[in-house]
Design a protein around this ligand. Structure first.
Ligand code: SAH
Length: 218
């Protein structure tokens, strides 16, 4: 192992402890953060900052989310291996890699073609099997629905109805789908979770505030 690889490993382990201290209590999420090499998801010039708990620019005025935010949203999804999860806003591909490490089937949509191509190639080079698409994620991905989880990684002025429609409806002992979405005005959103608890019935919960780049529909 090269010295810098050992350094990243150490920093990644420290990041996991930091997230645990900040209240991320889901061991499966922490284990996934401990596995994904975040240095490959940031610009080469910024690799030295890959394990700080901060968002970093990825080009086109977009950012890779802060590790705490990724971990918090992933925790709220309450997913299990084998679940189907849709991500809106592939960005760097980091959130997709985290979900992949948790054994879920990941579908991810990105509206910037250049980011989509870069993330798709990066994920495949790193051995992650994620189904990606270039397009407007506010309409969801009908052909692959229903989903056990939908995570929106950009701030939404309102909750797109199509996403609600693509949540799994509970049946037997199979739980209904959860939509985790930051909702609110530019740069100041409240994290919300909507769960389909019965056909046509949603349960809504609100958490604390976050700052995201905007969700833009075409
Ligand atoms: N999940 C990403 C964070 C990306 S930031 C990561 O782990 O790196 C949010 C991303 O959402 C940006 O790349 C932005 O281009 C994208 N985005 C914004 N509106 C979108 C839309 N309507 N459909 C798909 N992607 C969108």
């Amino acid at each position: 192992m090269r010295p810098y690889e050992r350094l990243y490993l150490r920093r990644r382990a420290a990041l996991v402890e930091h997230l645990r201290n900040r209240g991320i209590s889901d061991e499966a999420v922490l284990a996934a953060v401990g596995k994904v090499a975040r240095e490959y998801f940031v610009e080469p010039a910024l690799r030295g900052r890959a394990y700080k708990d901060e968002a970093l620019p990825i080009g086109l005025k977009q950012t890779i989310s802060q590790p705490y935010t990724v971990a918090f949203q992933t925790m709220l999804l309450e997913i299990q291996p084998g679940d189907r999860v849709l991500e809106i806003g592939t960005g760097s591909g980091y959130q997709s890699a985290i979900l992949s490490e948790m054994g879920v089937r990941v579908f991810s949509v990105e509206r910037h073609r250049a980011l989509h191509v870069r993330a798709r190639d990066r994920l495949s080079n790193l051995g992650y099997r994620v189904v990606t698409r270039h397009g407007d994620g506010t309409v969801g991905w009908t052909a692959c629905a229903p989903f056990d989880g939908i995570v929106v990684t950009a701030g939404a002025a309102q909750v797109p109805d199509s996403l609600i429609q693509q949540l799994r409806v509970p049946e037997g002992n199979r739980r209904g789908g959860r939509l985790v979405i930051p909702v609110g005005a530019h740069g100041d959103q409240i994290m919300c979770r909507y769960e389909c608890t019965a056909p046509g019935t949603l349960q809504k919960e609100r958490f604390h505030s976050f700052r995201f780049v905007p969700l833009i529909s075409n």
